[in-house]
Design a protein around this ligand. Structure first.
Ligand SMILES: [Fe+2]
Length: 300
């Protein structure tokens, strides 16, 4: 039986039914999921009752598992295994964290528009966020379609951004919230990396902005000018016409393409309501940017 794909927005987010992610997918089903992923970029799989192992097994179809950034934080104990990014507002003991808990201050950065692991080498390819419990109010996730946003740019701006290189770092996005208390180990692990501002998605050939709050500088551009351009692009890319708001239900698994989307968590009372969300993220090919340039005939 083929999967059922039901569009939530025009060409960006879709729900997927008639699929059971607790079991290995047969070749035909996997192909249908990949086709839907290429077409939409955000896929919602409702009513999946997954163990951590099943969650990771599905993720493995899209590449090697990443380690959570929390694994490089000195002294930070993990509540879940290191292949899972723990998006819950909980301590390792499973209690709701307090106002000054360090990881909380760090994770407030998830409320800024970003794409996962653009600051890593290799970069993040897909993320799969699984909902184990929800807050009664707030705590949604918004997604932005950076392919559609690129398509809608004026031709002049397209040409301008197409040759620009952004510098991404987790340090930059956290600094935007006033968090600068980084250890030497963290500063070394998250040194800025260079990424093009525009990508070409291999499977579809579509061009896409590659934006995130992790971008702190643009190569060869004065900081003030770069900040203004990035603010303009961010405002454009997150216009309502390019976004989808996901209101979580327990047992939703949402898969997205980090190459051509941004997302952000919406606010909720995270010192009151437990919200248990766990993310598996897969790494892209280490040479993906060179491959994209070659495919677009732009390689040096
Ligand atoms: Fe994220």
């Amino acid at each position: 039986m083929p999967i059922t794909v039901s569009a939530m927005t025009d060409g960006f987010a879709a729900e997927v039914g008639d699929i059971d992610l607790t079991r290995p997918l047969d070749a035909q089903t996997e192909r249908e999921v990949r086709d839907a992923f290429t077409q939409y970029a955000v896929l919602i799989f409702p009513e999946q009752t997954l163990t951590v192992e099943q969650h990771l097994a599905f993720a493995r179809l899209f590449g090697p598992h990443e380690r959570t950034v929390a694994a490089v934080m000195p002294g930070q104990k993990l509540r879940v295994r290191e292949e899972i990014a723990d998006i819950a507002n909980m301590t390792p003991n499973g209690e709701v964290w307090g106002k000054d808990y360090r990881l909380r201050l760090f994770q407030l950065g998830n409320r800024l528009w970003h794409t996962d692991s653009s600051f890593k080498q290799p970069t993040g390819f897909t993320s799969m966020l699984y909902c184990r419990s929800v807050a009664p109010i707030g705590g949604h996730t918004e997604f932005a379609d950076l392919r559609a946003a690129f398509d809608a740019l004026p031709a002049e701006l397209k040409a301008q951004v197409d040759c620009l290189i952004g510098e991404h770092s987790l340090l930059y996005s956290r600094r935007k919230l006033g968090f600068t208390d980084f250890s030497e180990q963290e500063r070394a692990a998250w040194a800025p990396v260079a990424r093009p501002l525009v990508r070409t998605i291999a499977q579809s050939g579509r061009r896409s902005l590659y934006l995130a709050s992790h971008i702190g500088r643009i190569r060869g551009m004065e900081d003030a000018q770069a900040d203004a351009l990035l603010a303009q692009l961010m405002a454009h890319a997150t216009e309502r016409r390019f976004t989808y708001l996901h209101r979580w239900r327990v047992r939703d698994l949402v898969l997205w393409d980090n190459r051509c989307t941004m997302h952000r968590g919406t606010a909720f009372d995270d010192t009151r309501w437990p919200r248990d969300m766990q993310r598996a993220t897969t790494s892209d090919q280490p040479d993906v940017f060179e491959a994209e340039l070659r495919a677009a005939g732009l390689a040096a």
